[in-house]
Ligand binder design. Sequence first.
Ligand SMILES: Cc1cc2nc3c(=O)[nH]c(=O)nc-3n(C[C@H](O)[C@H](O)[C@H](O)COP(=O)(O)OP(=O)(O)OC[C@H]3O[C@@H](n4cnc5c(N)ncnc54)[C@H](O)[C@@H]3O)c2cc1C
Length: 452
Amino acid sequence: MTYDKAQNRTRSLKLWRYFWVAIYALMLLAPLAIILIGAGTGARRIEREFLRELSVMLGFVGLALMGVQFVPTARLPFLSEVFDMDRLYALHHGFSIAAFGLTLAHPLFLFINNPYTLQLLNLATAPWRARAGVVSILLLIALTIMSVWRKSLEIRYEFWHWMHTFFSVAIVGLALYHIFEVDYYTSVPAQRVLWWVLAGVWSVMLLYTRLIRPWWMLKHPYEVTEVLRDRGDTWTLVVEPVGHAGLTFKAGQFAWLVIWKSPFAISYHPFSFASSAEDPGRLRFMIKELGDWTGKVKEIPAGKRVYVDGPYGTFTPDHHPAPGYVFIAGGSGAAPVMSILETLADCQERRPLWFFYGNWSWDTVVYRDRLEDLAERLNLDVIHVLESPPDGWQGETGFITDRVLARRLPDTRQDYDYFICGPLPMIDNVEAALHTLGIPSGQIHSEKYEMA
Ligand SMILES: Cc1cc2nc3c(=O)[nH]c(=O)nc-3n(C[C@H](O)[C@H](O)[C@H](O)COP(=O)(O)OP(=O)(O)OC[C@H]3O[C@@H](n4cnc5c(N)ncnc54)[C@H](O)[C@@H]3O)c2cc1C
């Protein structure tokens, strides 16, 4: 893509971003409209205290916030084209905490307004509408604890993901039942319609995530053609489409892989494409052995059927036109950089490029030979930074710091865009180093290898 074309594209993506933010805001504010519609109307309406109304409003907004969480996590292609996944997930985490606070405030204000309502907490005697509300909130508390402290509680990712889905649906379903049973802000037809529209949008998102997309993936399988060993406990998985043309992606994007299970199971693992976007018929993924799932990749036989859900992400030069690029990666964070470099080489790119590649030792540098070849084909400077260098090593050592970057980059460094990928601590440190060097935040793009 030419520089001008890419700039036009960036502008149009920005407009789309505003559009979707407006839709999202509308969905969040819809419950307030439901309250306004009802003000002073409806046969069952009685005068209610301010604290009680406030409590209802907080509960409604909390529920709306929870419901719209089905949108950013649905991995809708048109949204992931516009927003980067990191931001969508960060939004999901932030909004979920806000939803938790607002929803919890709902019963608290009710109790303050009228302490007599505390007896609704007794599940044995409370009416069904109160039981549904109480159980919904208990599940929300459990879900929040499991999500915030998943790692300290040593909950396995797959189990957590399954519980997360189940709890979310139960929480929203029970909350809706509670609202309809209380039947105060559902007494006017327009209110009921609005609730049904909201619930409909949330359900469609869920159906898309759990049924429609998995079904599409089942009909568009891939097959493993090779599993190649590389350095540093890393494997290259090569897959090809079976009976279909495959997907097209932009260099730097990622996909979710499903290998030992059906696409209907909740067992998706994200991996960056490591191959050229110019050759979408043969996808390569660079996978580092880290845990249960990645540890089994080496055992995959050729011919094994797998599923690829993608592409996702905006970590790609296509979205960020610049006169030159600097890539900074650690370990398996090199995967998207390899895809970008391979693609640029296939497109005979001549813009200046730098790749700062941090690794533990020379023996753990994955794709070393490919990088040498790419440096010949591109205007590329590869700078290896080793924590434990071999004897006689003349290159950079330690971590990728502002000093290393300043030493190796020209004075024009503020003109370029920076792509950082790898473990969270590395990303944080490199972002800080780039800020020290005066690189504007808008020119720094990061791909975090962690979502939950
Ligand atoms: C956008 C993105 C792109 C990635 N690209 C690559 C790549 O190209 N090469 C590479 O080696 N690694 C990549 N990763 C990391 C890779 O997805 C995890 O290392 C892998 O899923 C861990 O699985 P495991 O069961 O073997 O390890 P575990 O020990 O079970 O998990 C280690 C940690 O990885 C995370 N994780 C586990 N399962 C998942 C999952 N299903 N979805 C999201 N996170 C999970 C959790 O935080 C967990 O604590 C990427 C991650 C993201 C978010």
